[in-house]
Design a protein around this ligand. Structure first.
Ligand SMILES: [Zn+2]
Ligand SMILES: [Zn+2]
Length: 253
């Protein structure tokens, strides 16, 4: 939009801060300065493996205390925000309140982070965590796929939205205890089978994924078992490297 047109548009339809409702000055997006600052940012010091917030002096080269003993099929997981407060409210409104337009806001937060940290340049292909078709039908969209679209558009990366499929609906991760989560997702994902040869292969992104570095996108990193299972399936199918990016991550500490 041309600057003068945007100024006129904003005069007629002033954008409000998504957290406090205050009318935003021209040039600000989504949040007023105070609410943006007040978002539950993970911060500068996070675990280089699982992305959990870590203390300034924590030794995390091999992972943090929470993830050191775990094996991941992905190399690294990152998230700009903690899954709490305003971040949690926005994600719930997006998913359960079915406000698909929030994909733009949450996608912006994720993209700013990926761009700022240089990670957007370390990947070749964007793959969303799939939703079971039944849940997608009741919600109307897959939140991860909408976020992946934002990431793909911002960094001009190809998206393989149909590469992975969810074989069965899993119980919501948050409803399960830690130990049962891994078992809950095992075998839940698969690479979409090519039924009619090459063309479908290409549509699903199977050929594009071979040997590539994939950015796996989801809304929330809870225990990591969902993205880990997706990463395992991708690696098995010939993907060279998997990075995980979510808007928020649960913090147990
Ligand atoms: Zn505000
Ligand atoms: Zn960690």
């Amino acid at each position: 939009m041309k600057p003068w047109l945007e100024a006129l548009w904003r005069l007629m339809y002033p954008e409000q801060c998504l957290v406090c409702g205050q009318v935003l000055e021209v040039g600000r997006r989504h949040f007023c300065a105070a609410c943006y600052e007040g978002l539950p940012w993970v911060g500068e010091t996070s675990c280089p493996r699982c992305g959990a917030p870590a203390g300034l002096y924590a030794k995390t080269a091999q992972g943090c205390a929470a993830c050191r003993s775990q094996r991941f099929a992905f190399r690294r997981a990152v998230a700009p925000l903690r899954y709490q407060g305003a971040a949690r409210d926005l994600i719930l409104a997006f998913k359960l309140g079915r406000r698909a337009s929030l994909a733009y806001v949450l996608g912006d937060l994720l993209c700013d982070y990926l761009g700022g940290s240089g990670l957007s340049q370390a990947v070749d292909l964007v793959v969303p965590v799939p939703l079971h078709w039944r849940r997608r039908a009741s919600r109307g969209f897959n939140q991860a796929a909408l976020l992946a679209l934002e990431v793909g558009a911002r960094f001009r990366l190809p998206i393989a939205a149909r590469l992975l499929k969810r074989r069965r609906a899993t119980v919501t991760q948050t409803a399960l205890s830690g130990l049962r989560r891994g078992a809950n997702v095992r075998g839940a994902f698969a690479i979409r089978a090519a039924r009619n040869g090459r063309l479908l292969d290409r549509l699903a992104g199977r050929t594009a994924a071979l040997g590539r570095r994939v950015l796996l996108v989801d809304d929330v990193f809870t225990t990591g078992s969902t993205v880990n299972e997706c990463a395992r399936v991708l690696r098995e199918a010939g993907v060279a490297d998997v990075l995980v990016a979510t808007v928020a991550r649960a913090c147990h500490a």
